[in-house]
Write a protein that binds this ligand. Structure first.
Ligand SMILES: [Zn+2]
Length: 119
């Protein structure tokens, strides 16, 4: 009970003067970039080459069960880490940990599955 009563006071003291500012809007991606310096690995030539290896291996076809979307437009495809690597470079570069997903599967279903894992 004491904790609950103290909470409002603590919040105002942590954010002095911020009450009048609009809330900071940050996309999920920007948020992840800020907290994940390994994101720079995605900008390397090695990753771009590996990405093509995986897309070719998976025949430009979404590997999500029941999807099977296929396209030659690689901007619609995402090379996804099955197990989240969290900066672990062994997992990051492991071809067996990589799969081709279409953007909609990656963005909706995969993220939902990852959120479910975390909780
Ligand atoms: Zn898909």
């Amino acid at each position: 009970m004491g904790k609950l009563k103290a909470l409002p006071n603590r919040l105002t003291s942590l954010r002095p003067g911020l009450g009048s500012l609009p809330p900071v809007e940050r996309t999920r991606d920007e948020d992840r970039m800020l907290h994940a310096p390994w994101r720079k690995l995605y900008k390397t030539a090695r990753w771009r080459a590996l990405r093509m290896v995986i897309l070719t291996r998976d025949m430009f076809t979404c590997q999500w069960p029941g999807c099977g979307f296929m396209t030659a437009d690689t901007s619609q495809l995402v090379v996804d880490h099955k197990r989240q690597h969290h900066g672990d470079e062994v997992l990051f570069w492991d071809e067996r940990n990589l799969q081709c997903l279409c953007a909609p599967c990656h963005n909706s279903r995969k993220q939902r599955a990852e959120r479910a894992q975390r909780h």
